[in-house]
Structure formats: structure tokens, C-alpha cells
Design a binder for this molecule. Structure first.
Ligand code: 2IT
Length: 449
């Protein structure tokens, strides 16, 4: 690798040795950029990469809340405003026990490139808290969200930073967060958050968007291979909002998702998660707060495998849609051994770097990166922001048509960027290069920041 890239990477490894997820994503992205850096010696002069791996700013704040028994708890809240060169910071909030600076920064870094790929004017940001939503009552969730927003509201705004949901933050939480923002600011600035309910400025299709977008992207890959989605079997992981959207769109197009997973294990449903009853049951499992995928197996009488991941099942397409680093070398070898042709990442950074490189080297296997595949979620958040600023709402058909166009464009731009640098049909490198190009250009034109 080029000397400047190596220097930046070494600095990141040293400086962030206690932040493994952040180092991992920087290594993954920078490893694609060599041909670009070689062609742009001016980037080294202004230390463009050194700037890109340093968040513009990052807030850490105390969040104190009271549980239903009158006991008080203290959590840490974060908001990382990673890169604002092409638009207001934009990205989700994650509420999960393991949230820490490394996870927030890896997500913020990924988000910068992802948002750039959408073609919409959104910078990269991410936030959240080490609050564990499991087993909390609605009233506890409300009090936590209010306390969280009481600290966050001064750092965000429709033209400043626009948070949304991520793991542990859905429509219910966004409602409470927006209510508190409105109370504190005494203005109706609904463009400050996305993923809102329809009654106060949410967008149709936003709940479905990440999953639908992933399937639209998959369809572009299949078309490139003169293949079709009809009759294909898909292994998904997780059973959250994203997996739900994939099941729905895949079923509509004649494919079937045959696996789901949870912290307790995975299920295999040979008939597929295809009926309305099964697909809706995912929402029930989520809102029950039990966080168990075995409930699906019990209800529909299918196989449940305790403590295992679904990647050993033989399928046509693997779409890891649960969380970061779900697929290690062991799972990657199973996937390759099964002769799976399409490895379509969905969750943010679901694959360790060694596993990802292994899969990319498999002859005939096509690997698509999460920052491109899951970008339909944030893209539709961008469409929600447009509707809020226009003070009107688009129909589901209008939003879906835009989403579809954006996903096709992301695929085509990534393929073209890889092609331009002689890398062939390399969607991983192509997404990194295409996402980087726009942010780099904006930073260069804006001078030192
Ligand atoms: O990872 C992501 O792109 C999200 N959690 C959605 C972010 C957004 O602003 O809609």
C-alpha cells in the first residue's frame, strides 16, 4: 500500500489501540483507496486522510433517569459529528449495553461514506447510549429518552445534525425524543429527527426502507449476473426492522428468507418467512422485548438451533442483517463451502476484515458492502428531511420510486468507480471509492477545517 495511506493507518492503529471497531472500519475503507490516493498527490499535502479519520467533534454527556421503582440510573450518551463537508450530520442513535466510543466512531465513519453514496446532501454522524432497553417499561423508555434529549438538544437541529434510529431506537423512542426536543425548544422543527410517526412528519416507507433498499440493491447485482431473484433462498440474521423489510420485499418478489437469528440461536424455516402472519410476527417478537428468536420456531413449528449462527445453512444468498462482526472466518468458510454465490452485507460492518477479504477472494463469489446495501434507510431519512422542509408528504409510491432509483444509482456508481480504476466488478472497493470521492472533493474545495 502507498506510503501516505500506510502512515495514516499506522497512526490510527496507535492512537486508537483501545478502539478495535473504529480501527477495523478505517482499515477496511483505506485499503480500497490506494489507486485514488496515487492519482491525487495533493491529498497528502493537506493531510486529507488524516483529517477524514478524525471526527469533527464528539460529545459525551451524562444521562440520568428514574426507573419505575423510584431508583435512579446513570448512563453515558454520545453524539459523534464525524464529517459535515457535504451536509448536516446525519445518522442514527443506538441504545445498547455495549455502546462505547469505538462503536459510535466506527458507525460515524461508515455513515460518512454511506451518506455520500446516497447522492443526498448529508454528512456523517452517529450517537447513542450504553442504556439497555431490554425489559424496560414504556414509561422508563420515555424517561430515558427525555433525559437523553435534554442533553442532546443543544447540539442538533434540522440544518445542524439530524439523528434517527438504529438498534434499540425505533418509532416509539423517536416519538419521545422529538416530544422532548419540541418542549425544550418550543418550536415545531420536525426536520431535527427522522424515522418519525406519520402524524408528526414521518415518511411513508421509512420503516421498510433499509430492507427494501437492500433487496433493490441485490436485484441490481443479480441483473448484472443475468440472474433473477425469483425462487432464491436467502439467509438473514437478526429479526429486527431491517430483516423484516428484507423478508417483506423478498416475499413480494418470489424469493424466501429461510433463516433468522437472535442472541439465543437461529431458526430455519424451509417454507420461508413469506406469509403476512410470519412477517408480522417479527414485529411482535421485537415489541415483546423478549429478544428471543426461538419464539418463531415454537409458533410455526420449525427448526431452532440454540447458540448457533445461521451461516451453516445452504442458501443461494447470504444477507447478514444482525449486527457488526457477526461473520468471522469460521462462518465465512461455511458460506464459501456451501457454494453460495452472493454475499450481500446488510448490517453495519457485519464481517470481520479477514473474513471479508477471504470471501472477496473466492472465485465466482460476489460480495456487496453494507455501506452501499443498507444505504436505503438513511436515503429515505433524507427524503423525510426533504418532505419536512417542504412541509408536505409524498405518497408511498413516490418515496418507494425515489428509494429504488437511489439504490440503483449506488450500485451503478460503485461498479463504475471500481471499473474506472481497473478493479473489475468490485463493489466493496467501488463503494469506498465513490463514497470517498464526493466527500474529498467537498473538503478540498472548502479549505482547512
Ligand atoms: O445505519 C444507518 O444508516 C441508520 N441507522 C439510519 C440512519 C438514518 O439517519 O436514517
Amino acid at each position: 500500500m502507498n506510503a501516505y495511506l500506510n502512515r495514516v493507518l499506522d497512526d490510527v492503529r496507535t492512537k486508537h489501540s483501545n478502539e478495535p471497531e473504529f480501527v477495523q472500519t478505517v482499515e477496511e475503507v483505506l485499503s480500497s483507496l490506494e489507486p485514488v490516493i496515487d492519482q491525487h498527490p495533493e491529498y497528502e499535502k493537506v493531510d486529507l486522510l488524516g483529517r477524514m479519520v478524525e471526527p469533527e467533534r464528539m460529545y459525551t454527556f451524562r444521562v440520568t433517569w428514574e426507573d419505575d421503582n423510584g431508583n435512579w440510573h446513570t448512563n453515558t450518551g454520545y453524539r459523534c459529528q464525524f464529517n459535515g463537508a457535504i451536509g448536516p450530520y446525519k445518522g442514527g442513535l443506538r441504545f445498547q449495553k455495549n455502546v462505547c466510543p469505538s462503536i459510535i466512531k466506527f458507525l460515524g465513519f461508515e455513515q460518512t461514506f454511506k451518506n455520500s453514496l446516497t447522492g443526498l446532501p448529508m454528512g456523517g454522524g452517529k450517537g447513542g447510549s450504553d442504556f439497555d432497553p431490554a425489559g424496560k417499561s414504556d414509561a422508563e423508555i420515555m424517561r430515558f429518552c427525555q433525559a437523553f434529549m435534554s442533553a442532546l438538544y443543544r447540539y442538533i437541529g434540522p440544518d445542524v445534525d439530524v439523528p434517527a434510529g438504529d438498534m434499540g431506537v425505533g418509532g416509539r423512542e423517536i416519538g419521545f425524543l422529538f416530544g422532548q426536543y419540541r418542549r425544550l425548544k418550543a418550536t415545531f422543527e420536525n426536520g431535527v429527527l427522522t424515522g418519525k410517526g406519520l402524524s408528526y412528519g414521518g415518511s411513508l416507507i421509512r420503516p421498510e426502507a433499509t430492507g427494501y433498499g437492500a433487496v433493490y440493491y441485490l436485484n441490481e447485482v443479480l441483473a448484472h449476473e443475468n440472474d433473477s431473484i425469483e425462487g432464491k433462498t436467502i439467509a438473514c440474521a437478526g429479526f429486527g426492522n431491517v430483516t423484516w423489510g428484507i423478508c417483506k420485499k423478498a416475499a413480494e418478489l418470489g424469493a424466501k428468507v429461510v433463516t433468522l437469528s437472535g442472541p439465543d440461536g437461529y431458526i430455519y424455516d424451509p417454507d420461508g418467512v413469506v406469509t403476512e402472519e410470519k412477517i408480522n410476527y417479527l414485529l411482535e417478537m421485537r415489541s415483546s422485548g423478549r429478544n428471543r428468536v426461538q419464539d418463531y420456531a415454537d409458533k410455526f413449528g420449525v427448526k431452532f438451533v440454540a447458540g448457533e449462527k445461521p451461516y451453516g445453512e445452504k442458501v443461494d444468498i447470504v444477507m447478514p442483517s444482525a449486527m457488526q462482526n457477526d461473520v468471522h472466518m469460521e462462518q465465512a468458510k461455511q458460506i464459501a463451502g456451501n457454494g453460495t454465490k452472493y454475499y450481500i452485507e446488510v448490517a453495519n460492518m457485519p464481517t470481520t476484515n479477514d473474513a471479508l477479504n477471504f470471501l472477496r477472494e473466492q472465485p465466482g463469489m460476489i460480495v456487496a458492502p453494507s455501506k452501499a446495501v443498507n444505504a436505503g434507510g438513511v436515503a429515505t431519512s433524507g427524503l423525510e428531511m426533504s418532505q419536512n422542509s417542504e412541509r408536505l408528504s409524498w405518497t408511498a409510491e413516490e418515496v418507494d420510486a425515489q428509494l429504488h432509483k437511489i439504490m440503483k444509482n449506488i450500485h451503478d456508481m460503485s461498479a463504475a468507480a471500481a471499473e474506472k480504476y481497473g478493479l473489475g466488478y468490485d463493489l466493496v472497493a467501488g463503494a469506498n471509492i465513490a463514497g470517498f470521492d464526493k466527500v474529498a472533493q467537498a473538503m478540498m474545495e472548502q479549505g482547512a477545517f
